[in-house]
Design a protein around this ligand. Structure first.
Ligand code: H79
Length: 568
């Protein structure tokens, strides 16, 4: 009895401490209006810069790798970017259509781009000596851009941060996380008080800096500036990094469609974050399409440039950003202040919405015929194309067909504006399957057998939906089956594509026949043995309305990802 009481007591204590820990594990977020404001800007400039630009190697990892530590830590004595012109940088960002700017105030290498009172390893101790942050934040304000700061939590240089070069793979004998926390907090306070109000504080690579440190730090930060927007890397939270801070941070990739959790993709205009001579630069089309896929997924884009050691952004990058800006500004109403969807981004393109408008960014047209988008739960009484050209849009219960004559299309993205009844943002987002132009796509289809009669999940319609994630399946032990498509009117067919779902037990089909119904009788068009992945065959064209795939022999229940028919 006594033992049970004792156990209960322990449990109660545990439960209480768990509650405390949970309360400690989250810091207050930014007010919704602040997040909404940050989100409405949609496009910002990221800048990675420091003495490392003298070497042309990467800012995060070259210390102790490409450059010996001793040499790396002396680079700042030669850092003299006399051509630095904050105004020119901000004009470049503005010309690109960017609405905010975030700069590495301190990266993993520990060097500070402002004269910090907490260290001498900073811009104040270089031959240059000017306060880069002061000039840049002032230029941003002068040009109407918002200013934000990147601050690396990990610090390979600071003796108290437990990990060191190369790339955080060594441990320091002088490690003292409490002392480092004091340093970090004092530095962040300098950033907010001397260069604020800041739009964002963009933390990075917290490593050993856990919620025990990070949560009180963020709380203190919020006291200094309540509406600051903070990313999800302020502290390490194993397994739930996504829930930290105000937004998530897909890096070097466009994030997936997500309207619930704010997000921002960060990506480099070339390949490196810091400047690298002759680094490969993204094309204009890539740059704009990355932005469109991002906003179409309801995210922001922070596009990075690494200025040169003389203080200038590379002229070819300045030029690329200006080109980008011309396109972006011409279609600004479809980008800024919008939300992603309702048509989810994909190979076809992306969409955004605002008020009663939907903006389509069509990036990949079908070889022939209109772009077919799935049905949405709203009427579209009106459609026009933004920029030159005309668009015609037809809505039926099956979906929305969009046509823009080829000469009026834009190789970057053809922008079509749809007006809907009611609020466009209220429309349930829909996935857009990339269409093959198969004559069988979406047509009436029947089959001899469906796996466990699960028609909605494994019916024959799954083989003519062009969705590579769904399949027609038949019962285990099935050795013969057929699938028949009704094309709704006679069409000329000269090619077939059958994609067998081999993942579920290899190639099962051993003998098949393709038949077309002509003059009231079934006529064999093609005969074969194995099918497998993406079997394609052309044949002498036949005109028929009904086409049948007869599987005459299979080792087990046949199953197909897709069954597609083409004119030629
Ligand atoms: O500041 C930028 C990067 O320097 C920083 N985050 C963005 C915003 C960052 N620091 N660490 N990481 C990102 C994680 C990346 C690690 C890897 Fe690698 C880069 C894995 C492969 C390339 C370096 C080189 C480490 C291993 C190989």
């Amino acid at each position: 009895m006594e033992r049970i009481v004792a156990t209960c007591l322990v449990l109660t204590i545990l439960a209480t401490s768990t509650v405390t820990a949970a309360a400690e594990a989250t810091a207050p977020g930014a007010p919704p209006e602040a997040i909404q404001h940050w989100r409405s800007l949609r496009f910002g400039m990221f800048i990675h810069w420091g003495p490392v630009s003298l070497t042309g190697h990467e800012i995060g990892w070259s210390r102790g790798r490409q450059t010996p530590i001793k040499e790396y830590d002396r680079l700042y004595k030669r850092f003299n970017p006399t051509k630095f012109d904050a105004d020119a940088w901000v004009r470049t960002a503005k010309a690109a259509g960017m609405k905010y700017l975030v700069i590495t105030t301190k990266h993993h290498d520990g060097f500070c781009l402002w004269p910090s009172e907490q260290t001498d390893y900073d811009i104040g101790e270089t031959p240059f000596g000017r306060d880069v942050l002061k000039e840049l934040s002032a230029a941003c304000r002068a040009h109407g851009l918002e200013f934000g700061t990147y601050y690396s939590v990990c610090d390979w240089h600071h003796p108290a941060f437990p990990r060191g070069s190369p790339g955080g793979r060594t441990t320091k004998p002088t490690a003292d996380l409490d002392a480092y926390d004091t340093y970090l907090r004092a530095q962040v306070k300098e950033l907010v008080t001397n260069y604020g109000p800041l739009l964002v504080l963009w933390f990075d690579v917290p490593q050993v800096y856990t919620a025990d440190y990070g949560v009180p730090m963020v709380k203190a930060l919020r006291k200094l500036q309540p509406n600051i927007v903070i990313n999800n890397r302020a502290y390490a939270a194993r397994g739930r990094q996504r829930t930290v801070g105000d937004f998530t941070t897909p890096e070097q990739r466009v994030g997936g469609f997500d309207r619930d959790r704010p997000w921002e993709t960060c990506m480099t205009i070339c390949r490196q974050w810091a400047w690298k001579p002759d680094d490969r630069m993204k094309s204009l089309q890539q740059c704009v399409q990355i932005l469109l896929h991002t906003v179409g997924g309801d995210g922001n884009l922070l596009l990075n440039v690494g200025p040169m050691p003389d203080g200038r952004i590379e002229p070819r990058q300045v030029h690329r950003l200006a080109e980008m800006g011309r396109w972006v500004k011409a279609h600004g109403e479809a980008i800024y202040g919008t939300r992603g969807g309702p048509f989810m981004p994909g190979k076809w393109g992306a969409s955004t919405c605002k008020g009663s408008r939907i903006y389509l960014f069509v990036m990949d047209w079908p070889d022939e015929g209109p772009l077919k988008l799935p049905a949405i739960g709203a009427k579209i009484p009106h459609a026009t194309s933004l920029g030159a050209g005309q668009a015609s849009v037809e809505q039926s219960p099956d979906g929305v067909s969009v046509t823009v004559p080829e000469p009026h299309r834009d190789p970057i993205a053809t922008v079509v504006e749809l007006t809907v009844e009611g609020k466009a943002f209220a429309i349930e987002p829909v996935k857009v399957i990339h269409q093959s132009n198969s004559l069988a796509y979406g047509k009436k289809v029947t089959a001899s057998n469906v796996f466990q009669k699960m028609v909605a999940r494994h019916g024959p319609a799954m083989a003519v939906d062009d969705d590579p994630a769904t399949r027609w399946a038949t019962d285990a032990g099935t050795h013969e089956a057929w699938l028949e498509v009704d094309l709704s009117k006679p069409a000329s067919i000269g090619r077939v594509m059958v994609d067998e779902a081999t993942r579920f037990g290899g190639r099962r089909v051993r003998k098949f026949r393709l038949e077309a119904r002509t003059d009231g009788a079934w006529q064999t068009v093609l005969e074969g043995t194995k099918i497998g992945r993406k079997f394609t065959k052309t044949f002498k064209p036949v005109t028929a309305r009904r086409v049948r795939l007869s599987i005459l022999e299979a080792t087990d229940g046949p199953t197909l990802w897709e069954f597609q028919l083409f004119g030629k």
